[in-house]
Design a protein. Structure first.
Length: 171
C-alpha cells in the first residue's frame, strides 16, 4: 500500500515538473534575429562579424557568420537595435531602425558592398512584421492599455485572460 502511495506521489511530482518546464519555456520575453550576409552579387560572406547593439541600453553581442554566410542571435532583449557588419575587403555595413518585439523570430538578410574597411554604408530600415522564422505569437501590453481595459469590478485577475496558456478559474 505504501508503495502505491509513493508511486502516485512520484508520478505527480514528475508531472508537475514537466508542466512547469513547459510553461516556463512558453514565457520568453526575448527575440531572435537570423539571416544571411551576402555581397552585391549574392555570394555568401563567411566569417563576417555581425555586431548587434541595443540602442536603449548599449548592450552589444557579436557573432560571426558561418561558412554558409548565415548568422543567428537567440535570446536578444526586446527593443531597438543597430547592426554593424564587418568583413575584410568589404565596406562596413550599419543598419539602424530595427525593433525586435517579444518572441519575435526576425529574418534579416544583409548585403555588403565591396570596398575598403574605411568605407561605411548606413541603411535605415524596419524588419518585416511577418514572422517567417516560426509560428509563435507574442506581444507586450503596456500600462496605458491595461489602464484602458474594461475590468469587471476592477478585478486585476481578469487580466490573466489575456494569456492563452493561463486559465482564470475565478469566473
Amino acid at each position: 500500500m505504501q508503495m502505491k502511495s509513493f508511486l502516485r506521489r512520484s508520478a505527480f511530482i514528475v508531472f508537475a515538473a514537466v508542466l512547469s518546464a513547459a510553461s516556463a519555456m512558453a514565457q520568453l520575453n526575448t527575440a531572435t534575429l537570423f539571416g544571411t550576409v551576402t555581397d552585391s552579387t549574392g555570394a555568401v560572406i563567411p566569417n563576417a562579424q555581425v555586431t548587434l547593439t541595443q540602442t536603449d541600453t548599449n548592450l552589444s553581442r557579436s557573432i560571426n557568420t558561418g561558412d554558409d554566410g548565415t548568422y543567428r542571435a537567440d535570446f536578444l532583449p526586446v527593443g531597438p537595435y543597430k547592426i554593424t557588419v564587418t568583413a575584410p575587403n568589404f565596406a562596413t555595413l550599419e543598419r539602424t531602425g530595427i525593433v525586435l518585439t517579444v518572441t519575435q523570430v526576425a529574418h534579416l538578410d544583409l548585403s555588403m558592398s565591396a570596398g575598403g574597411t574605411t568605407q561605411t554604408v548606413e541603411v535605415t530600415a524596419d524588419i518585416p512584421l511577418v514572422n517567417s522564422g516560426n509560428s509563435t505569437l507574442g506581444r507586450t501590453i503596456d500600462n496605458r492599455e491595461i489602464d484602458n481595459l474594461p475590468l469587471v469590478n476592477r478585478d486585476v485577475y481578469t487580466l490573466l485572460d489575456l494569456r492563452q496558456c493561463l486559465t482564470n478559474r475565478r469566473h
